[in-house]
Design a protein around this ligand. Structure first.
Ligand SMILES: C[S@@+](CC[C@H](N)C(=O)[O-])C[C@H]1O[C@@H](n2cnc3c(N)ncnc32)[C@H](O)[C@@H]1O
Length: 254
């Protein structure tokens, strides 16, 4: 689809063209780094929902550089195909699927990542509740992967929509990170509901065992087969229950 002349007037659209970035989104990540130094000391990164690849380009330029450091590893994941990039390992897969999560962890040979970023956005329907739900599922999937791969002290950045229940999200993420903030880089359009949650200093609760089970869609039987630690049982599971045969409380009259 061609770009409208409004897009072409946009300063970040033009800057992206000039600097060879595949999308103006690159500046969102770069501006978060300018303000919060999220790239400082970073060698291993996972870029979730990475296509067409402008965040991966920024990571390649800032972290991979001339490729002289053998410890640097950048893994980019997207459900869509993405053109190759210097110093970036690419995985094509759905981040909500267990097999994709395992492919990511396999790339790190038992080592941990310093940073996980996710710019994931669902196909927007225009129906707010559905779109917010889709966005929350992507954040949850990204967090699940993060708990498997991020080193203690590491950082996680994820796209969110203002209007997602921010207090709830803050409290849930604070279980895993010492610092949680919502940020809106200058290059993110004012008219957009988009913002980013910036989680720093990963410190999972003592005895927390990462699990790829999605408590909303996996059955309780499946959950109970896993030997979750007491910490997981206490903090993590949220069980959606009931079936279509029950009484609809809204329509029930005596
Ligand atoms: C806004 S774009 C990302 C832009 C990217 N950060 C960049 O700078 O070029 C959102 C991406 O999320 C991806 N996505 C959405 N749902 C996904 C899922 N379940 N698994 C993997 N990728 C997903 C889409 O394919 C799309 O490429």
């Amino acid at each position: 689809m061609g770009k409208s002349s409004k897009d072409k007037r946009d300063i970040y659209y033009r800057k992206a063209k000039e600097e060879g970035y595949r999308a103006r989104s690159a500046f969102k990540l770069l501006q978060i780094d300018d303000d919060y130094n999220i790239f400082e000391g970073v060698k291993r990164v996972v870029d979730l929902c990475a296509a067409p690849g402008s965040w991966s380009q920024a990571l390649s330029r800032k972290i991979y550089g001339d490729g002289s450091d053998p410890d640097v590893k950048i893994v980019a994941v997207d459900i869509q195909e993405m053109a190759p990039l210097k110093g970036v390992v690419q995985i094509r897969g759905d981040i909500t699927k267990l097999e994709t999560a395992l492919e990511i962890t396999n790339q790190f040979d038992g080592k941990q990542a310093d940073l996980v970023v996710s710019d994931g956005a669902p196909d927007v329907t225009g129906l707010h509740d559905i779109d917010f739900y889709g966005q929350s599922q992507l954040i949850l999937a990204a967090l699940n992967i993060t708990t498997h791969i991020l080193r203690p002290g590491g950082c996680f950045v994820a796209k969110m929509f203002k209007g997602n229940d921010m207090t709830l999200m803050y409290n849930q993420l604070r279980v895993f990170f010492r610092s949680v903030q919502f940020v809106k880089p200058k290059s993110s359009r004012n008219s957009s509901l988009e913002a980013f949650v910036l989680c720093q200093h990963y410190y999972p609760p003592t005895d927390f065992k990462p699990t790829m089970i999605d408590p909303v869609i996996d059955s309780y039987k499946e959950l109970s087969k896993q030997s979750l630690s007491q910490v997981n049982e206490f903090i993590v599971p949220f069980i959606a229950c009931g079936d279509l045969n029950g009484i609809d409380s809204f329509n029930f009259t005596t």
